[in-house]
Design a protein around this ligand. Structure first.
Ligand code: COA
Ligand code: MG
Length: 278
């Protein structure tokens, strides 16, 4: 199942990692990167490994965000967690297929990789190359915070909380790169976790645009994200109506429903939407 909500939990907080299993998130991302101070990296690796080693009958996908390839920490991160078989590895500051190849070469049992593929300027230019290593990918996602820092920008969102043009472009290219690779597009975090209305609107727009899910940083965001990325009753009914119209008219290439044209792309959309019904 493609995750709708992917909740970040700092890897040096065992209490929160355990509690997070029961919060309704489809996936958890145990973070060893920015949420963990350098002095805590070694302890966090073992805490995450212990969490992975505990029972896994909860059905929640467990992802580990390691440190970037050039950080000097990535090797030890992998050595600590891979024996306990995380469902995926999140690679921050990934720069295209070369980064995926470098990570894959680090262990013969590498699980699927979820790259933060547009959170550096270099990564943005390599997004298209990810379609050549689609088999290794669990999806593609991006990050606006590190991108803003790399650009020397003082903000990445406007007063309403909406992304400024450079970040809209990174987000759109992430979506295209994921579609070109045939893997899920996962949208970035909404940092203002008290603004639940803003998050609901943002997540609905992301689902509308074609993202399969979104990362979260706080438990209060999980249910909102799950709802936004689950097809609603009207969408499900419409998808069935589209498929039924073509079933009833097997020789038609194009038909109409309520005065709107439907043809092959609409059938594809309807089929895809119905795979997301739980
Ligand atoms: N995962 C699991 N539980 C979480 C959580 C998370 N990411 N964030 C908050 N909680 C839980 C805690 O259990 C907390 O209760 P407790 O203090 O009794 O344990 C409860 O929700 C309320 O938290 P709140 O007081 O609202 O927030 P906070 O100040 O404790 O934490 C953050 C705020 C931002 C530090 C925290 O949400 C967090 O660490 N988020 C993830 C950050 C991260 O991983 N970033 C890297 C990727 S961008
Ligand atoms: Mg970061």
């Amino acid at each position: 199942m493609i995750p709708r909500s992917l909740l970040f939990v700092p890897g040096d907080r065992p209490d929160r990692m355990e509690k997070a299993l029961g919060l309704g998130a489809d996936a958890l991302i145990f973070d060893l990167e920015d949420a963990v101070a350098p002095t805590n990296k070694a302890a966090a690796r073992h805490m995450v490994a212990e969490r992975l080693a505990a029972t896994r009958d909860h059905g929640v996908m467990l992802i580990v965000r390691i440190n970037p390839l050039d950080s000097g920490f990535a090797d030890d991160d992998l050595k600590a967690v891979l024996p306990f078989r995380p469902d995926a590895i999140m690679l921050p500051k990934a720069e295209g297929a070369a980064s995926i190849a470098a990570l894959t070469a680090m262990d013969k049992d590498m699980p699927p990789i979820l790259p933060l593929a547009a959170e550096t300027p270099g990564g943005l230019f390599e997004l298209g190359s990810l379609r050549h290593c689609a088999e290794q990918l669990a999806g593609i996602t991006w990050g606006a915070e590190d991108m803003a820092a790399a650009l020397g920008a003082s903000a990445n969102r406007d007063e309403q909380g909406l992304f400024l043009p450079p970040y809209q472009m990174a987000r759109a290219l992430t979506l295209f790169a994921a579609a070109a690779a045939g893997v899920p597009a996962i949208d970035t975090v909404y940092p203002d976790f008290r603004d639940t209305e803003g998050l609901a609107a943002y997540a609905r727009a992301a689902a509308r645009d074609g993202f399969s899910g979104m990362m979260a940083i706080h438990p209060a965001q999980v249910a909102i994200i799950n709802t936004a990325f689950s097809p609603d009753a009207d969408q499900i009914a419409h998808a069935h109506a589209v498929l039924e119209a073509f079933r009833a008219n097997p020789d038609a290439g194009v038909l109409q429903i309520d005065g709107k044209m439907i043809d092959a792309p609409h059938v594809k959309q309807a089929e895809r939407l119905l795979t997301r019904v739980r």
